[in-house]
Design a protein around this ligand. Structure first.
Ligand SMILES: Nc1ncnc2c1ncn2[C@@H]1O[C@H](COP(=O)(O)OP(=O)(O)OP(=O)(O)O)[C@@H](O)[C@H]1O
Ligand SMILES: [Mg+2]
Length: 309
């Protein structure tokens, strides 16, 4: 494991047994990834993909069926490692009757922040997550978005080196999402490492350095966000007219035909070489090129294609 790796998940597997008949649910089948120091790493996937299960295993809230997790080069069981992590759960567990500052003071006590610092930290967090206007309100009366904010404040409170956030943007309106994004970017700028789950892909595109996409308990894509988009972006749609039957057949055999109509064809080519090849064949067969449209694929498309696999 390199010095820059803050978190390493290796061959993680988690099987739950449900109900009287102990029905097996394979929540995570096989997941491996590494999060490096100072990056924002996204764990993406549709509902039920196994994201929360993976996060809970990292935090030792559940025990893996198999696999290994190392945090700051130590076993995930190590208490020293866990002190350096801030965790925002998918559904923050809060004491309904406490007001924000009281709740944060309690969290500060539980994470061992000295008494002399607690008040100041709690006050600073309330401002950071935009809850100043609600300091007199019991948390039980908070909206979903306000609840997310108190969850984030709680995760940031002890100034952890690694932040693990399960759906930090869910329930927030566009302004709230922007505010939370800014808080996360500020954390990265101050040298922190972040792992978060999400299915709000535009946020992921704006925030993440690297991502893995998880489907049905397995990682199906991984990489640098820009590389993933870039490689997918080299796909080109080609529209032809005046295509002969022989040409249609030849292109169909190559698996590049998206749509075929009376004399016209829509094709899809991956990469420049494939485009050149198709154009050469079409040209030789006397077809006319109507359009050549580069598809800039968003993460969303990539995600959906992965899901359909
Ligand atoms: N404690 C549990 N007992 C049994 N099955 C579970 C348990 N926790 C999760 N599962 C199952 O494991 C699978 C993965 O769940 P998980 O919560 O990890 O998904 P997720 O990717 O976080 O989804 P979402 O986007 O909806 O939050 C689901 O099929 C879920 O029903
Ligand atoms: Mg989840």
């Amino acid at each position: 494991m390199g010095d820059d790796v803050v978190l390493e998940v290796k061959d993680l597997r988690k099987v739950f047994h449900l109900g009287f008949f102990r029905k097996r649910v394979e929540a995570v089948k096989n997941a491996s990834f590494a999060v490096e120091h100072g990056e924002i790493f996204g764990l993406l996937g549709p509902n039920g993909a196994g994201k929360t299960t993976t996060i809970k295993a990292i935090l030792r809230l559940i025990f893996p069926t198999a696999g290994e997790i190392r945090i700051f080069g130590r076993s995930a069981d190590d208490r020293e490692a866990s002190k350096r992590i801030g965790y925002m759960p998918e559904n923050p567990y809060v004491y309904q009757y406490l007001r924000p500052l009281e709740f944060l003071d309690l969290c500060a006590r539980l994470t061992g922040i000295p008494k002399s610092e607690r008040r100041d930290r709690a006050e600073a967090m309330v401002d950071k997550v935009g809850l100043r206007h609600a300091v007199d309100r019991p948390i039980g009366k908070f909206s979903k978005g306000m609840m997310q904010r108190i969850g984030l404040a709680q995760a940031l409170l002890h100034d952890p080196e690694l932040l693990v956030l399960d759906e930090p943007m869910s329930g927030l309106d566009p302004i709230g999402r922007k505010e939370v994004r800014d808080v996360l970017l500020e954390q990265r700028a101050s040298g922190k490492t972040l792992l978060f789950t999400s299915h709000i892909l535009s946020d992921v595109e704006l925030l993440c350095d690297r991502v893995v996409i998880m489907q049905k308990g397995e990682i199906t894509s991984e990489g640098n966000v820009h590389d993933l988009l870039e490689s997918a972006g080299r796909r080109v749609e080609i529209r032809l007219s005046g295509a002969s039957t022989a040409l249609k057949e030849s292109l169909s055999a190559r698996g590049v035909v998206v749509e075929s109509g009376e004399g016209h064809l829509t094709l899809r080519a991956d990469g420049q070489k494939a485009v050149d090849e198709i154009l050469r064949i079409s040209n030789a067969a006397g077809a006319r090129l109507d359009a050549l449209v580069p598809e800039r694929q968003t993460l969303e498309k990539l995600f959906l294609e992965d899901a359909a696999r």
